[in-house]
Design a protein around this ligand. Structure first.
Ligand code: BES
Ligand code: ZN
Length: 880
């Protein structure tokens, strides 16, 4: 136990929500931009909220941090509020029911390296206000249920800031004395403060337009640093496809004559949905064939869509409070997943979504940071932009879609948009729209939002040859999580189908009397049995098809049954699942010493699948064996202590066995899936490159195999970053002077492009074969890289922490380096530091010696003077 366990920071609770005392009718802001001393004048019309809680009184309490108050007045009368480090307070006694507040504050954007509020990135002013950054710009009720219209006047130096942007529509512009100029912006849509944005600097744009279904002409602008204009085409194309898709799939049109996207270098997150002025991390906008991989292109498409979709799910209808974050994020992630599934291959996308869900959200749910999709308390809300809120939140909406069907889902969303447009809502409001349109009682289903932990679904099958009856007995149990010891049964859509022993699809008569290939069972009780008829012989069940619910499935398929499913299941997700199941079983056997060779069943099945052909993107996924982290998680789930060296050995043995069995087919796949000619980022071309590069990656594990020659040839000839980076990665794994020469050549060619430098950094520290710690330290010592930039820091320190073998080095040297780096970053950028610290969330899986070393490293982060609230919350929860 740590000696000083008295809480250093206080928690905010959902149960303590009360409505705002004062509402805002309108805001007018003037920014006089200056790097060291920006003046922000505000004029805010307040009106007493008739629905306020009596106990809250009528004092005017405004949030404000890191502000210097210059002056303040109420209806023209100067006032002197009580000011502290969190905000200000004025007694309600003398306040009329409606008044105009005027204030002037001073802020220093050039000193802001936390990247929240108004800051400067590469000479460019920009803002990040979600979740609580607006309070670092001026005094305001900085909470999402206070929505109002904004008029913003931006004044800046014409030479350094020729472009002045804010939300909404362009208004007056003009000249000012001393080489300065101004621009006025007006946003007619009421919005919470977290959607405010301002951008100013020397920016260039690319233009396009979109005509909405009802005929409104929308100007589209993507703003970037001079020189990057030729890397915006894919983002623009993705934006237009997103706008069209939201009209067709959800009936949602854009609602302003202008939509802007700005790319900035220094950004904590991926991107932000500010009304009419989305701000993006450069890595999610800029792409050219030479500099961006297929994965980068796919991410741009999906994040452009995600932020655009927020215009309705988040902006027009926002969250009442931050506990409702999944209302906008879970729903919008589901929407962007649907979009990507429509743009690319739905099966391939689903397999990737689930891999991501398991790798991040199941991990979170299994550890000390587990929390419900709708949390009940937080210290720092930035710590709750988690895989649980996002990815599990999206799965919950997907389950609703499955339960009510696509048509009723659309009706429910239509109702939601009509009923709640312009409001700040809760999960209850959202669920009520589904109840109204589906005539279903969702009381039990709502537990998905309030109950943490990943349910275990245990299934056992019995077949009666005399009657042809197949019975599935299904038991659900959710394990205890921090603060939630006892769990209730959930309402779970559970999709199942059956195959005959020879692999044909069997359409059985289900519990509802209907004959179908796939039945969606609804689990509601701790244990229940479902009967199917029509199978004369015992069938092979294909369970949880399409991953119909975010659960962990326990069914004793034999390896032979898994091989059958891998080869024949009509459900593509479960074909990949069978491959994963066989791979994990083999890896576990090696890691635990129960076997010293890999059973040939999987290598043979994969060699067969490869020679049969099919969608290259899907084949690439079949051939992607579980990573070390996934193998470690699977061992921990069986209650075993994880030995990182044994995990590495298991991963190597698995890949070697597959590469040995399928060597010729892999070499053929490498040759046959070249994509000569001009690069195209489309899913089919990307799928070929994925297969080719997955094949190369497997061949690397063959000692004295062909990988070195293939990788060298590929590296020399590559004309796109996907092939170039994959070849370089293979060379780095193979090691030796050729690897270093290739790394040097790559750096020499790309050192001026920070997003490519990020790849170069990550590659050197993320592969288990090299001495990643030594390299990480050497790279970190370079002074030609700004380590305060979150992309750079993550590419080095984050990538190192994802190197399971090296991060978990037995002597604790990986932990020490990582903790030292996180502690350093915490002094600069607490939000990103806290997020990085979550890498320790699996500490309890390992042996006692490693646990102690990890706990000590976390203790050092916590004990450093001035440890931020963000990092304090994460590390203290990690330590339990
Ligand atoms: N609203 C968020 C951005 C955000 C996150 C702001 C945390 C403040 C704190 C945005 O819509 C978002 O979700 N961005 C994601 C990408 C998305 C595709 C999941 C991000 O930035 O990672
Ligand atoms: Zn979002």
């Amino acid at each position: 136990m740590r000696p000083d366990t008295a809480p250093r920071h206080t928690a905010i609770r959902l149960a303590e929500y009360t409505p705002p005392v004062w509402l805002v009718e309108s805001v007018a802001l003037t920014f006089a931009l200056d790097p060291a001393a920006t003046r922000v004048s505000s004029e805010i019309v307040f009106a007493l909220n008739p629905d306020r809680a009596a106990a809250d009184g009528t004092d005017l309490v405004l949030d404000g941090e890191m502000l210097t108050l210059v002056s303040a007045s109420i209806d023209g009368e100067a006032v002197t509020p009580a000011v502290d480090s969190k905000g200000l307070r004025l007694s309600g006694e003398t306040l009329p029911e409606r008044f105009t507040w005027r204030a002037e504050v001073e802020i220093a954007p050039e000193e802001n390296k936390a990247l929240e509020g108004l800051y400067i990135s590469n000479g460019m002013y920009c803002t990040q206000c979600e979740a609580e950054g607006f309070r670092k710009i001026t005094y305001f009720p900085d909470r999402p249920d206070v929505m109002t219209t904004y008029t913003v006047r931006v004044e800046g130096d014409r030479a350094t800031c020729p472009v002045l942007l804010s939300n909404g529509e362009r208004g007056e512009t003009g000249e000012l004395p001393d080489g300065r100029h101004f621009a006025v912006w007006h946003d007619p849509h009421p919005k919470p403060a977290y959607l405010f944005a301002l951008v100013a600097g020397d920016l260039k744009k690319i233009d396009d337009r979109f005509v909405t279904a009802s005929g409104m002409d929308v100007a589209l602008e993507i703003w970037v640093r001079p020189g990057d204009e030729d890397k915006c085409d894919y983002a623009m194309d993705s934006l237009k496809r997103s706008m069209k898709w939201d009209e067709e799939a959800y009936g949602r049109e854009y609602d302003l004559p202008l939509f802007m996207v700005v790319a900035v270098d220094d950004f904590n997150m991926g991107a932000m949905e500010n009304k009419g002025l989305n701000i993006f991390n450069t890595r999610l906008v800029l792409a050219s064939p030479e500099t961006a991989t297929d994965a980068n292109y796919a991410a741009i498409e999906s994040v452009i869509a995600h932020e655009y979709f927020h215009n309705w799910t988040g902006n027009r209808i926002t969250c009442r409070d931050w506990f409702q974050l999944c209302l906008k994020e879970g729903l919008t992630v589901f929407r962007d997943q649907q979009f990507s599934e429509d743009m690319r291959s739905a099966d391939v996308l689903r397999i990737k979504e689930v891999a991501n869900l398991r790798g991040r959200q199941f991990r979170e749910d299994a550890g000390p940071l587990a929390h419900p999709v709708r949390p009940e308390e937080y210290i720092e809300i930035n710590n709750f932009y988690t895989a649980t809120v996002y990815e599990k939140g999206a799965e919950v909406v997907r389950m609703l879609h499955t339960l009510v069907g696509p048509q009723t889902y659309r009706e429910a969303l239509d109702l939601y948009f009509v009923r709640h447009d312009g409001q700040a809502c809760t999960i209850e409001d959202f669920a009520a729209c589904f109840e109204a349109t589906s005539d279903r009682d969702l009381t039990q289903f709502r537990r998905w939002w309030s109950q943490a932990g990943t349910p275990r679904i245990r299934v056992r099958m019995a077949h009666d040859a005399a009657t042809g009856e197949t019975a599935l007995t299904v038991t659900q149990k959710t394990p205890a999580t921090p603060g939630q010891a006892d769990k209730e049964p959930l309402h779970i859509p559970f999709a199942v189908g059956f195959l005959s022993a020879s692999g044909e699809a069997l359409a059985l008569d289900g519990p509802d009397g209907e004959r179908r290939d796939t039945h969606v069972l609804e689990l509601t009780r701790p244990s229940e049995t479902f009967l199917f008829t029509g199978a004369p012989e015992a069938p092979v069940p294909s369970l949880l098809r399409g991953f119909s619910a975010p659960v962990i499935l326990d069914y004793p398929h034999t390896d032979a049954e898994k091989a059958l499913l891998l080869a024949h299941d009509s459900d593509a997700f479960n074909r990949a699942e069978a491959s994963r199941g066989l791979a994990l079983t083999a890896a576990q056997a090696i890691a635990t010493g129960e076997a010293d060779t890999v059973d040939p069943i999987l290598p043979d099945a994969l060699a067969t699948a490869l020679s049969r052909g099919g969608d290259p993107a899907f084949l690439a996924l079949l051939l992607t064996t579980p990573g070390q982290e996934e193998i470690a998680a699977s061992l921990a789930a069986q209650g075993r202590t994880v030995d990182p060296d044994a995990v590495y050995a298991a991963k190597t043995a698995l890949d070697t066995a597959i590469a040995t069995a399928a060597k010729d087919a892999l070499i053929a796949a490498w040759h046959d899936n070249a994509t000569p000619g001009p690069y195209s980022p489309d899913a089919a071309s990307a799928g070929k490159r994925a297969l080719k590069n997955t094949a190369l990656g497997l061949l690397v594990s063959l000692p004295d195999g062909p990988a070195r020659a293939l990788a060298s040839a590929q590296f020399d000839e590559a004309r796109n970053m996907t092939d170039s980076a994959a070849a370089l990665m293979a060379l780095v794994r193979l090691g030796g002077p050729a690897a270093q020469a290739a790394l040097d050549a790559f750096h020499a060619r790309w050192k001026h492009d920070p997003l490519v430098v990020d790849k170069w950094l990550a590659m050197q520290v993320a592969v288990p074969e090299v001495d990643a710690l030594e390299r990480a330290k050497a790279l970190r010592a370079r002074d030609d890289i700004d380590w305060r930039n979150p992309n750079r820091f993550r590419s080095l320190v984050g990538a190192f922490a994802s190197n399971h073998r090296r991060f978990h080095a037995a002597d604790g040297s990986g932990y020490d380096f990582f903790a030292e780096q996180v502690a350093w970053l915490d002094g600069v950028n607490p939000q990103t530091a806290a997020r990085m610290a979550t890498a320790f969330d699996t500490w309890s899986r390992y042996d006692e010696a490693r646990r102690e070393k990890m706990r000590a490293a976390m203790g050092r982060i916590l004990d450093q003077p001035g440890c931020s609230r963000d990092t304090y919350e994460i590390v203290s929860r990690l330590l339990g």
